[in-house]
Design a protein around this ligand. Structure first.
Ligand code: DQA
Length: 144
């Protein structure tokens, strides 16, 4: 099965940005973890990161017809973007929302997730392992 792992704004700054919240590992380390897990489970994986909302919409649209599952951490766009919600709904690809931090215990403005309505599950506060849990969830969902 083919999985697309999408990261939104500032996730390229992992390891530098607020390490007390997001941990000390950088974006490349996250990519390596995801690739290793995919290899172990016999999944095909592609990673994409952008700081730009329209680019994220474009990448979701490109996945149409060629991807079995999406793992998405939209960063701050989680709390603002109807465009990402609409893109996920448009392609109808099973998606899991991931947050490295536990957004439910943070500021009020992080309590809203627009994309949640287009996702089969949300994993929040499990650090980088959350991405692997999301991949596992999609694998189970696909029965593969
Ligand atoms: C985040 C949580 C968001 O509120 C924040 O804007 C991020 C990262 C997380 O992974 O915990 O950029 O999605």
């Amino acid at each position: 099965m083919k999985i697309l792992v999408i990261n939104g704004p500032n996730l390229n700054m992992l390891g530098i940005r607020e390490p007390g919240i997001y941990g000390a590992e950088n974006y490349e380390a996250l990519c390596e973890k995801v690739r290793t897990y995919a290899r172990e489970k016999g999944m095909d994986v592609e990673l994409y990161q952008s700081n730009h909302e329209g680019d994220l919409v474009d990448r979701i649209q490109q996945a149409y017809g060629s991807t079995d599952g999406i793992v998405i951490n939209p960063g701050a766009y989680t709390h603002t973007s109807i465009a990402l919600l609409d893109a996920l709904k448009a392609v109808s690809i099973p998606a899991v929302e991931v947050h490295i931090s536990d957004v439910s215990s943070r500021e009020e403005f992080r309590q809203i997730s627009y994309i949640r309505a287009a996702c089969i599950a949300t994993i929040s506060g499990h650090g980088l392992n959350g991405y692997l849990e999301a991949m596992e969830q999609l694998r189970k969902e696909a029965g593969k």
